[in-house]
Design a binder for this molecule. Structure first.
Ligand SMILES: [Zn+2]
Length: 217
């Protein structure tokens, strides 16, 4: 079960003090989605993964801490527009703002993960185009990070497997197929091979929906 508690936190940017609900423990039972989205109960704790200051709009996993030029980023029109962008649910904007801070700070892989979390928040509201744009942003952040030596997953193969799912779900089937072809020629482990064959089938039927790892094995 999930345990909740409340904590008073002072925003590192505007010094507003607010009470935030936090989670201290949760179960995760069952299979992940192909893009690593966890099963319940962890799946439902997404609301608590990133804090959002109601004063200045600073979004971070811990808003009591800020580094470098984060205060300037939060005050920028680009950030403030993202915070209130009506084409995304509020939770997705929280993740996208956090993603933007990470991107401008040069932490591209953290930025990618937050964009993926934003996509999941859009999925929950059935907002397909918004989810697609979050996945495209995640792909661009993963690639930018890897070009600068930042690893997205433990291995290159795992990273490419996630990229296949992001591409498929963003309806970029041809690019996803090309990646699968490259990977299946390599010596990769059994689980990834099974996932890639499953992705191949999904792409053949233009399936852009969410699927679980257990379906592939
Ligand atoms: Zn604040």
């Amino acid at each position: 079960m999930t345990t909740y508690y409340e904590k008073e936190i002072i925003c590192a940017i505007c010094k507003n003090k607010n009470t935030y609900e936090m989670t201290s423990s949760f179960n995760a039972l069952g299979s992940c989605d192909l893009d690593t989205r966890p099963p319940e109960m962890q799946r439902s704790t997404m609301l608590y993964w990133t804090q959002r200051c109601p004063g200045c709009g600073y979004c971070a996993t811990d808003i009591s801490v800020s580094e470098g030029n984060m205060a300037e980023i939060v005050k920028s029109p680009e950030y403030q527009n993202q915070l209130k962008d009506k084409s995304f649910p509020k939770l997705a904007n929280t993740f996208l703002c956090s993603s933007l801070i990470q991107e401008i700070s040069g932490s591209y892989q953290s930025s990618a993960w937050r964009a993926i979390h934003a996509a999941w928040a859009c999925d929950d509201f059935g907002l397909k185009d918004s989810a697609k744009s979050c996945r495209i942003k995640a792909l661009s952040m993963i690639r930018k990070g890897e070009s600068k030596g930042q690893s997205f997953m433990k291995s290159r193969e795992e990273s490419l497997c996630i990229q296949v799912d992001l591409l498929r779900r963003a309806e970029r089937f041809k690019e996803a197929s090309n990646l699968i072809k490259i990977l299946l020629k390599e010596d990769i482990d059994d689980l990834l091979t099974k996932i890639l064959h499953f992705q191949k089938k999904l792409i053949a039927s233009s399936d852009k929906k969410m699927h679980k790892v257990t379906e592939a094995i």
